[in-house]
Structure formats: C-alpha cells, structure tokens
Design a protein around this ligand. Structure first.
Ligand code: CP3
Length: 340
C-alpha cells in the first residue's frame, strides 16, 4: 500500500509529494459521464458496485495517492429521510427548506447500518480493491455547510437566509447545529469502523462569515466533531474555501491537516495555521483549463513558496470542474510526483 498520503497528513517525511483531487471522480471523466447516461448520482451512490467503480476510476487513470469515497454531502440527510433531490447543474434542492424549531425537532438520529447500508458496503468493497494501492478517504460536510443547504433550500451565493436564521433564531440555530454535529459524528465514525483511512470535513461555505461570527455560531460544534474523532486512528482534514479571514480559528480544531483554497498563499496560510499541522491545497482548478505551460508555471511557483516539504499534500483549492481535460490532470499528477 502506498502510504505517502497518510505519512504527509502526519507531517512525516515522504519520498515525494502526495496528490489527490477534490472531485477527482466525476463529470470531467468520460467513463463517469457514460454511467450518468443511465443512472442518477444517487443511484450510483446507492449501488455499491457502481460507487466502487467510480471511486476507482481516478486512482487508475490519474495515478493519485488517495481515493475518495464516491458519495455526496447530502447522503446522511437522505439517510434520515430529508426529502431532497440532487439536481443536475444546480446541486442539492430541498422539497421543504427548514424554517422553524419544529422542523429541527423532527430530525432523528442516524443509524448507519439501517439508514445507509449501501455506503458501508461500498467502503468494505473498496478496502479490498485498494489493498495494494492507496488509502481511502471518507468525508462529511460540516454542520454550517449542511445547515446552509437545509435553510436556503438550494445552492446560494450570499447565504442570507442562513445568516438571518443564525442571527435571529439563535436558539433554533444552536439546536440545529447540535443535531447536525451528532449526525456527522455518527456518520464519520461508521465510515472509520467500516474501513476509511482518513477523513475530510468539508466546510465549503463557511468563509462567508466573519471570524467572530464563526467563533460564536460555528466553531464550538466543529471543535466537538474533531474532538470526538481525534481518538480514532485516522488523520483528520479540515477543509474550507474563502477561509483567509478566519484561518486561525478554522485551524484551531483538533485536525491533522488544514485544506485551503487559492485565495490565500500557501506560505502565508501555513504560517497562520502553524507548522505542527499539515497543509493541503491549493491550485486554482481554473488553471487546469489552460495549457500545460500555464499549469507548470503555477505548480512551480507553489513549490518555490513552500516553507517545508514535510506535511504538504498537493490538491486543488476546490473541486475539479467538468470542463477540465483529463490529459491535463494526468500530466499534472506526474509533474507533482516528479518534484522532490
Ligand atoms: O471525487 C470526489 O470528490 C468524491 C465525490 C463528491 C461528490 N460530492 C460527488 C458529486 C464529494 C466529495 C462531494 C461533496 C460535496 N457535494 C460538497 C462539498 C465539496 C465542495 O464542492 O465544496 C458539496 C457542497 C456538495 C453538494 C453538491 N453535490 C453540489 C454543489 C453538486 C454540483 C451540482 C452540479 O450538477 O453541478 C453536487 C452533485 C455532485 N456531487 C456531482 C458529483 C460528481 C456532480 C453531479 C452529478 O454527477 O450528477
């Protein structure tokens, strides 16, 4: 098994820089698009053979150093019966967006074996398939990001409904964040029990908050999630976008790795996070739409700026976009591996 990625998570010396990509399985791959002609994303996730196949595609095609479980952040909500649809080119859309304390009280706990047996099965199959290859990363969204989808009802840019709910309905917000935290802990623990070897918590949209609001309304919950998982034997990654303004708080949780996007320079971010933690990122995925000389220039600049090589995991700053030529990612992976 190639453990370069796991070693880097713990800041250990590795013989080269490990690479994986957010959304490495998905629509930029023709093999995935072919499956999508017949199945919806939720069909794929609910069918362990298909989810396994999709998870393995980028491992074999790109030569990345980790696989990420093919799922979606909405799966635990689907598991407890929240009525939603993942709409092509839009994202998760709720049948009835969350509005009141009553709506939150209806939330029930997750029982992984009963509610999401397909996901646990996929993890078990994947561990066998990946035995001689690379580690398997599991994931969940963080409470803020899940709450934002539940309250907005669909993807948004300004998070106005979420923020006004948080500010004006604070008791309900606290209950919602508590319940989502419990759900996420159970969900992630089940993934570890069934075999995932690292966990990433996506707080994709939390960068819309000020640092003090982050500390008041979000950090206590995220802290509890990481503390409950830190006794587990797997490395923990905390990822967000637009986190430059709140990075010190964001990085203060019991995580091993902090994932950042391209809006902050890696050297500056690492200094703020502290060198005891590993860092993951942060190439702008838009660069991958250009030619290879552009990609190479960005990667070279990134590597020159690194204060140290130990504890660095190469990734994009946010998910790979569907227009990306596969060839570019294959060459990029090789190029990063060639830099020692
Ligand atoms: O390869 C991987 O990274 C694993 C698979 C993965 C998916 N979703 C599959 C997916 C992961 C890690 C996610 C997480 C996810 N889902 C996040 C957090 C990461 C991030 O992007 O910040 C979020 C916010 C979602 C919610 C979501 N699901 C969105 C915004 C969309 C895009 C809608 C669209 O059509 O553009 C989805 C759908 C989705 N999830 C796709 C994939 C491959 C694409 C649509 C499809 O194949 O039907």
């Amino acid at each position: 098994m190639n453990v370069t990625f796991l070693d880097a998570c713990y800041g250990k010396k590795t013989s080269y820089t490990p690479v994986w990509y957010m959304r490495q399985a998905g629509r930029y791959l023709p093999q995935y698009r072919k499956l999508k002609e017949k199945y919806t994303i939720v069909d794929i996730i609910k069918t362990p053979e298909l989810a396994t196949q999709v998870t393995l595609q980028p491992v074999d095609i790109l030569g990345v150093d980790a696989a990420i479980l093919f799922a979606d952040i909405m799966i635990p909500l689907i598991g407890i019966g929240v009525d939603l649809e993942i709409v092509e080119h839009i994202g998760p859309v709720m049948k009835s967006p969350l509005q009141t304390m009553q709506d939150i009280k209806k939330f029930r706990p997750l029982s992984p074996e009963q509610d999401i047996p397909y996901l646990l099965q996929t993890i078990k199959i994947l561990r066998k398939e990946l035995r001689k290859k690379v580690p398997l990363i599991g994931f969940s969204a963080a409470p803020f990001t899940l709450a934002s989808y539940l309250i907005e009802g669909q993807p948004t840019r300004d998070f106005l409904k979420t923020k006004s709910f948080m500010y004006t309905n604070t008791k309900a917000w606290e209950l919602l964040m508590e319940k989502l935290s419990d759900l996420i802990i159970v969900y992630l623990q089940a993934q570890v029990t069934n075999g995932v070897q690292a966990l990433q918590l996506f707080d994709s949209w939390v960068g819309c908050l000020s640092q003090s609001d982050y500390e008041n309304y979000v950090l206590p919950y995220t802290k509890r999630i990481f503390e409950s998982l830190s006794s587990k034997t797997v490395p923990l990654i905390h990822f967000g976008t637009n986190t430059a303004g709140l990075l010190t708080s964001f990085a203060s949780v019991a995580c091993d790795v902090v994932g950042i996007d391209w809006r902050i320079e890696i050297a500056k971010a690492w200094k703020e996070i502290g060198y005891k933690k590993a860092i993951q990122g942060n190439l702008d995925p838009a660069v991958l739409l250009g030619d290879f000389s552009l990609i190479k220039r960005h990667v070279d600049e990134l590597f020159i700026s690194l204060p140290q090589k130990e504890g660095y995991i190469f990734n994009v700053g946010h998910g790979i976009v569907k227009e990306t030529p596969v060839e570019n990612i294959v060459r990029l992976t090789d190029y990063v591996h060639s830099k020692r």
